[in-house]
Design a protein around this ligand. Structure first.
Ligand SMILES: CC(C)(COP(=O)(O)OP(=O)(O)OC[C@H]1O[C@@H](n2cnc3c(N)ncnc32)[C@H](O)[C@@H]1OP(=O)(O)O)[C@@H](O)C(=O)NCCC(=O)NCCS
Length: 258
């Protein structure tokens, strides 16, 4: 009879835990954390080259200062008097299409269109007025240094394949069509390399979460230990523009009701 819950990730045999078929006791002390992440996500152990590439991906995503929505959400929730797991949870909930989501969207774009020419892909996005995930950056207008580093490492390790070629060709094609450079950003570069490693695009958000959680934990801990609860860091007078009504009289009818 088919059972109601199914899993292929880990199991217990003879009172011991096995992850993807390997005895967990044997993995402890023999695998790096990155190798264990690769094993649990992909089902197989990485080669040395795959482990190095995966390390580069995870390090790229680990932290990006205090301004991203996830960090503001996480620290605000800690400031409200909540424990770390609630703050980290709030941070994860702030991830979305505009924050972290571009990685999965770019992986999908590359994997679903790998047989198509870059000019066809770019035309179809631009004609519909859609933004192409993995391209453009608020500050980096010529090169995203993080993306460049990812490509450099992918070349050194032999992972600069068809997805990396396509992402670079799309970048050139955008410039040709728009007459303006929109750089391959860090999400575009990681999307290409994660695709080279064989990660399914539906794991894109998962990869992002795995990469960014350590940064979120650090921020929640810092907020918890360094700041007072309900710490007031917003100067309303200077930083907030009030767009509502000026003070006004409550109509007499409402006063009578009291
Ligand atoms: C990252 C991003 C939000 C920066 O936006 P921005 O600061 O408004 O970008 P810019 O000021 O450089 O460019 C604005 C112009 O480029 C266009 N543009 C920017 N990114 C684009 C993209 N990825 N695809 C198509 N057009 C894009 C805008 O539509 C706008 O066009 P216009 O001048 O004809 O009106 C934007 O590039 C984007 O949405 N990229 C896709 C999502 C993504 O990869 N996010 C991860 C960022 S690390």
């Amino acid at each position: 009879m088919e059972k109601k819950w199914r899993t292929a990730i880990s199991w217990h045999f003879h009172g011991e835990s096995y992850v993807r078929g390997y005895n967990l006791r044997e993995l402890i002390g023999n695998l790096t954390f990155t190798e264990a992440i690769y094993l649990v996500l992909k089902g197989e152990l990485p080669t040395e080259r795959e482990r190095k590439m995966m390390d580069a991906i995870l390090v790229t995503m680990i932290e990006h200062s205090i301004a991203p929505p996830s960090v503001i959400a996480a620290r605000a929730v800690i400031s409200g008097g909540n424990p770390i797991h609630v703050g980290v949870g709030a941070g994860v909930l702030a991830f979305g299409r505009a924050h972290g989501g571009a990685l999965e969207d770019a992986m999908r774009l590359l994997q679903e269109n790998i047989e198509k020419r870059a000019d066809v892909i770019v035309s179809s996005y631009l004609s519909e007025g859609k933004r192409i995930p993995g391209f453009g950056h608020r500050y980096y207008k010529e090169k995203d240094p993080r993306a460049e580093r990812i490509f450099e490492i992918s070349k050194e390790l032999g992972f600069f394949g068809k997805y990396c070629e396509l992402v670079k060709e799309i970048e050139r094609e955008i410039e040709r069509k728009k007459g303006k450079r929109l750089v391959v950003n860090v999400d575009g570069a990681v999307a290409a390399v994660a695709s080279e490693l064989g990660f399914d695009w539906r794991l894109g958000e998962g990869l992002w979460i795995v990469g960014r959680i350590p940064g979120l934990v650090a921020h929640t801990y810092e907020e918890y230990t360094m700041e007072k609860p309900f710490s007031k860091r917003l100067n309303e007078e200077e930083e907030v523009e009030y767009l509502g009504k000026k003070p006004r009289e409550l109509p007499g009818y409402f006063k009578r009701r009291r």
